[in-house]
Design a protein around this ligand. Structure first.
Ligand SMILES: Cc1cc2nc3c(=O)[nH]c(=O)nc-3n(C[C@H](O)[C@H](O)[C@H](O)COP(=O)(O)O)c2cc1C
Length: 368
């Protein structure tokens, strides 16, 4: 039995109802191209690609795939958010995704240009608002998902949102298998979106030392939610850096934040004047949360330590709890094919009323 076409495959123009989500320093042109070639739909992580390199990264995906069947992720708080909108329109990308999204007029402009708007939400009220703002589809991310995440698990959030909006809904947070895809489709979702599972592929740019850290997680409880980085719920693998941050008092936390900010200032070539300006604004807004504000501002650098430099204990390791269920790296194309295959068999068994037997495990691939 083949998987049915869904609004996701029809509107995004991909073969399979599987999205590779945007992950800072991870979802680059190579990973997006590998996803596209495998029949899925990939999003470039526009929040961490330097503004001056973003257009080249978009052109690289087009060159590698001969297609514009991919998307760009960005957030309105980025300094180059307006440019992200312009680039998506200029290069006729199929979709954009975002958390804190653009206003209704910008959403309307994107839609008029043929760019589908697919926000990610973690609560029903945000899904209702996103639809009112013009979203074409909505990705729900359950609390088990990686990075910034809400507090409602996918199994509760998905049916709630399906009952509350009329646009197609994509399920994210905790997915990695064909069983998960079959369950989401059966519940009424248009497909699934996965972050952590695509991070843990041989097409991900993540250094081997950091991937080893993800593969070593066996207990989902070790992938915890912390508020210590920026005051928001952030799911990540428990490591030395986050423990140090959580264990520190307010002053020590500020020192850790400032030390990290100094490195950030050096790495980004920011002048003392600019850095002091950020500090001054943070102080005026709320001195009590100064450490948090500084930490939030240099979050890309915290991520860079682990995701680019391979220093898994020196930065943050955003991850979904599903990392604990993943024990091997696959190529993105092999991953998509395996998930589709398994989902088809699940649905076949369901339709024929057969026993729920085991699905074969995919072949092992060495850590690169
Ligand atoms: C390492 C990492 C980085 C992430 N960075 C971003 C980001 O830059 N923008 C964004 O919208 N979501 C980001 N996310 C969230 C993912 O796009 C996705 O919604 C989430 O991983 C889905 O849950 P899963 O990990 O259980 O598949 C990130 C997640 C991870 C694991």
């Amino acid at each position: 039995m083949s998987l049915p076409a869904t609004p996701l495959t029809e509107r995004l123009g991909c073969r399979h109802p599987i999205i590779q989500t945007a992950m800072g320093w991870v979802s680059d042109a190579k990973l997006v191209a590998a996803t596209t070639r495998g029949g899925g739909f990939g999003f470039l992580a526009g929040a961490t690609i330097p503004p001056e390199a973003l257009e080249a990264e978009i052109l690289k995906v087009i060159e590698l795939t001969g297609s514009r069947c991919f998307g760009l992720n960005f957030h309105m708080f980025q300094s180059n958010a307006a440019e992200c909108v312009e680039l998506a329109i200029r290069h006729r990308l199929r979709a954009v995704s975002y958390g804190r999204g653009p206003d209704a007029a910008t959403v309307a402009r994107l839609k008029a240009a043929g760019v589908l708007c697919i926000p990610t939400v973690g609560a029903v009220k945000h899904a209702i608002k996103a639809e009112a703002m013009g979203a074409d589809m909505i990705t729900i991310q359950g609390s088990e998902g990686g990075g910034h995440t809400g507090s409602v698990p996918s199994s509760i959030l998905l049916p709630q949102v399906l009952d509350s909006v009329t646009v197609p809904v994509i399920a994210a947070g905790g997915f990695s298998t064909g069983r998960g895809l079959a369950a989401a489709l059966a519940a009424g979702a248009a497909g699934i979106a996965m972050g952590t599972r695509f991070l843990m592929t041989t097409d991900s740019p993540t250094p081997a030392s950091t991937l080893e850290r993800y593969l070593a997680v066996r207990d989902p409880a070790r992938v915890k939610v912390s508020l210590a980085v920026d005051g928001m719920r952030h799911r990540m693998i428990d490591n030395a850096f986050i423990r140090r941050l959580e264990g520190a008092g307010p002053l020590r936390r500020l020192l850790i934040a400032l030390r990290s900010a100094r490195r950030w200032q050096r790495d980004t070539g920011m002048s003392h004047r600019q850095a002091l300006g950020i500090l001054w604004r943070a102080l005026r807004e709320d001195p009590a949360t100064l450490a948090q504000t500084v930490m939030a501002a240099n979050q890309p650098v915290l991520l860079q330590h682990s995701m680019v430099a391979g220093q898994a204990e020196a930065g943050i390791l955003p991850s979904g709890q599903v990392a604990a269920a993943i024990d091997r790296l696959l190529g993105a194309d092999e991953l998509i094919a395996t998930i589709v295959d398994d989902a088809e068999r699940c649905l076949e068994r369901l339709c024929q009323g057969r026993d729920h037997g085991a699905v074969a495990a995919p072949a092992t691939t060495e850590v690169k």
